[in-house]
Design a protein around this ligand. Structure first.
Ligand code: GDP
Length: 194
């Protein structure tokens, strides 16, 4: 998919702040530091559009990006952030769950995991929970460039088995795997790729 114009369309803590209208949505989720903002910026060809979890206070809300007036790309708060108090983490989690279970426009959740590590308990819970609620989802292994080719293939296969999900490996830094990810997203949003 060729993105011509992506623009920040607002932040929300809950449904009253979600964008109006009936555009379909694809949401990106993952533990903080997994590379979510870097990947979103690479996909949208916009440096600094999605804010990294290193930016204080920028990532506790759900952020919506309008992509060419065709759909919204939704950046969910990163979970498992060690420096955030448990009570606040629980509030973020509530926001994520409310969005995922309640948002009619949601077509696909892209769950990011670091290719170098086995899935964390929170990642497993997220996958199990998406499956339980029958929310279409895709697991993306980030930072593929950190491993050699053989090790990356092996790690992605291990994650797929472990999480019982389809896994796509990408490197935002080297812009690898982005076309395949866009194809999967487009199919999730609009059915068979146009
Ligand atoms: P977020 O907290 O999930 O939004 O993660 P960020 O996008 O801020 O990335 C966390 C760290 O991982 C940063 O230091 C990034 O530079 C690094 N990172 C993100 N994507 C990649 C990648 O594709 N390859 C490599 N090697 N590092 C990456």
């Amino acid at each position: 998919m060729r993105v011509v114009r992506a623009a920040f369309a607002g932040s929300a803590a809950g449904p009253e702040g979600y964008p109006k209208g009936d555009l379909p949505e694809v949401a990106f989720a993952g533990r903080s530091n997994v590379g979510k903002s870097t990947l979103i910026n690479a996909l949208l060809n916009r440096k600094g559009l999605a804010k990294t979890s290193g930016t204080p206070g920028k990532t506790r809300l759900i952020n919506f990006f309008d992509v060419d007036g065709r759909f919204f790309l939704v950046d969910l708060p990163g979970y498992g952030f060690a420096r955030v108090p448990a009570r606040e983490q629980a509030a973020w989690r509530g926001r994520i769950e409310r969005y995922i279970t309640g948002r009619e426009a949601l077509r696909l959740v892209v769950l990011l995991v670091d290719i170098r590590h086995p899935p964390a308990a929170t990642d497993r819970q997220m996958v199990a929970w998406l499956a339980h609620h029958r929310v279409p989802h895709l697991v993306v292994a980030t930072k593929r460039d950190k491993l050699g080719r053989g090790a990356a293939t092996q790690a992605a296969a291990g994650l797929a088995k472990d999480l019982d999900a389809e896994v796509l490996a990408v490197s935002a830094r080297r812009r690898e795997g982005l076309a395949a990810l866009w194809r999967a997203v487009e199919t999730g949003l609009f059915g068979a790729a146009a």
